[in-house]
Design a protein around this ligand. Structure first.
Ligand SMILES: Nc1nc2c(ncn2[C@@H]2O[C@H](COP(=O)(O)OP(=O)(O)OP(=O)(O)O)[C@@H](O)[C@H]2O)c(=O)[nH]1
Ligand SMILES: [Mg+2]
Length: 461
């Protein structure tokens, strides 16, 4: 039996957050999207829901890694306001082309879902349009994949017009190839073989409506880009520093600390979707500091690209503060994901300070499955041992090895407990000063805080 989730006190989410489904796309396309949302096909948070998590690791994938990936999926699920209750794992050479898992495992999942009345099944990889359709048909509950789940959290978090437009664009781009399948499916249901429902031409018209919407959103984003480019021009003459890193590592906490700003920080994934820029003054030297959206593994490049305006903050930075949560069991993996993403967006060559955060929380033995505790394991797979702990090197050992190994400057801090913050400030000051000397030689302006009329206080830009 599944452990029933405690739903009391959990946040209730009851909106259909798919954007165009309800209010953006008019006409038949809107109605069809709307119906899809009502059917639950793309609605990720109709009410307090329970979710089954499914992973299909590569046969060679390490079991501890599978646990960590699933743990992250459970954390994402919780962040989206859904309670993960059960996990299924199937090791395969390659996911099944038709239904992602094999037919035996699919039957197991179906039986469990039916017996326990779960409302959603979430897959840890992206599903193809036909996999999504087949799984919906077989399991008869809402099917989500990783991208859709992340998009849903983005939609929940995005506040600024730019961020909302970026999320909406990403959602439509995700949806477009899936519409064809969805409609064919609905049409078939209605008319059966040889049905004379809406013909190809009509479907094509509907798809065009969605494509038009995508073009419109792209145009809007271009306007936003122009505005922010103008804004950025007015800020020339100042060195730009960007906080980057995996999601939930403490970027916003550090931003608040360094700039005395009030940026939303929370123990949830993707607390920050909008980027924030502040002017910070250290030892009378001003510079710009921006807080950005966190990265995560398996984020499709297409999705990253719709966040272009946000990522421009990173691309145009003179220095990156790469924040790492050293207390996380897979922090090294996370560093790699961030470096790969930086490469993807063309920001790999920038100077970096590697900031290892959360040293207060560092333990030598860690549980790699903190979010999976109330999630019933897959009994058929002997992969996850709940009492499994990882034994790690001491913080001193790690510090020594990272200091020796990396070319980039490294610092170990706790933003929350304010450990080593003065050292970080000093390091940052040194680097920013050098950048000024290099980029604005002969310009001594930053020595006088009055030049910038900030009175030493951070300014919202
Ligand atoms: N123990 C500990 N917790 C920290 C530290 N720094 C931040 N946190 C916590 O970690 C969580 C995430 O912090 P955020 O500052 O929101 O992280 P972020 O990198 O901005 O996250 P996203 O915007 O979601 O990508 C919050 O609950 C913080 O309170 C630290 O030094 N030690
Ligand atoms: Mg943040």
């Amino acid at each position: 039996m599944a452990k029933k989730p405690a739903s009391k006190g959990r946040p209730q989410t009851n909106s259909t957050r798919h954007p165009g489904a309800v209010d953006s796309v008019k006409g038949r396309a809107g109605r069809i999207l709307n119906r899809a949302a009502r059917n639950g096909a793309y609605d990720t948070a109709a009410e307090q829901e329970t979710a089954v998590l499914v992973a299909v690791p590569d046969k060679r994938q390490d079991d501890a890694l599978t646990t960590e990936y699933l743990d992250e999926l459970a954390f994402l699920t919780e962040t989206a306001g859904t309670v993960p209750v059960k996990r299924f794992i199937q090791k395969l050479e390659k996911p099944d082309l038709r239904t992602y898992v094999g037919s035996g495992k699919l039957e197991e999942i179906r039986a469990w879902v039916e017996h326990n009345d779960a409302s959603t099944v979430i897959f840890d990889d992206d599903l193809s349009p036909s996999q999504l359709r087949n799984l919906e048909k077989e399991l008869k509950v809402k099917i989500l994949d990783r991208t859709l789940l992340i998009l849903d959290i983005f939609a929940l978090r995005a506040k600024s017009a730019t961020a909302r437009t970026q999320v909406e664009l990403a959602q439509y781009q995700y949806l477009l190839p899936r519409l064809t399948g969805l409609w064919t499916h609905l049409d078939k249901q209605r008319g059966g073989v040889g049905m004379r429902g809406p013909g190809e031409r009509e479907i094509e018209t509907d798809r065009r409506v969605v494509r038009d919407r995508i073009s419109l959103l792209k145009e809007q984003l271009k306007d936003f880009d122009k505005q922010s480019a103008t804004q950025r021009k007015s800020r020339t003459g100042l060195i730009r520093v960007a906080l980057v890193g995996y999601t939930n590592v403490g970027k916003s906490t550090l931003m608040n600390l360094l700039s005395r700003a009030d940026v939303f920080a929370e123990n949830k994934l993707f607390a920050t979707v909008d980027s924030t820029v502040r002017k910070v003054v250290l030892e009378t030297m001003p510079f710009l500091l921006s807080d950005t959206v966190g990265f995560i593994r398996k984020l499709p490049t297409r999705l990253i690209e719709s966040f272009k305006s946000t990522l421009d903050e990173i691309r145009e930075a003179d220095l990156l503060l790469h924040v790492v949560d050293i207390s996380h069991p897979s922090f090294e993996d996370q560093i790699q994901v961030v470096n790969d993403t930086l490469k993807d967006i063309g920001a790999a060559e920038k100077p970096v300070i590697l900031v290892f955060n959360k040293i207060d929380q560092y333990q030598t033995d860690v549980d790699p499955a903190s979010h999976l505790h109330n999630v019933e394991p897959d009994r058929d797979e002997d992969l996850i041992h709940d009492d499994e702990v990882l034994i790690r090197p001491t913080l001193e050992q790690l510090e020594a090895s990272y200091m020796a190994r990396l070319h980039d400057p490294v610092i170990f801090i706790s933003a929350q407990e304010r450990l080593n913050i003065d050292e970080l400030r000093a390091m940052l000051t040194r680097h920013v000063r050098n950048l000024y000397a290099k980029q604005y030689p002969g310009q001594a302006g930053f020595g006088d805080p009055n030049d910038y009329a900030t009175n030493g206080e951070p300014t919202e830009l």
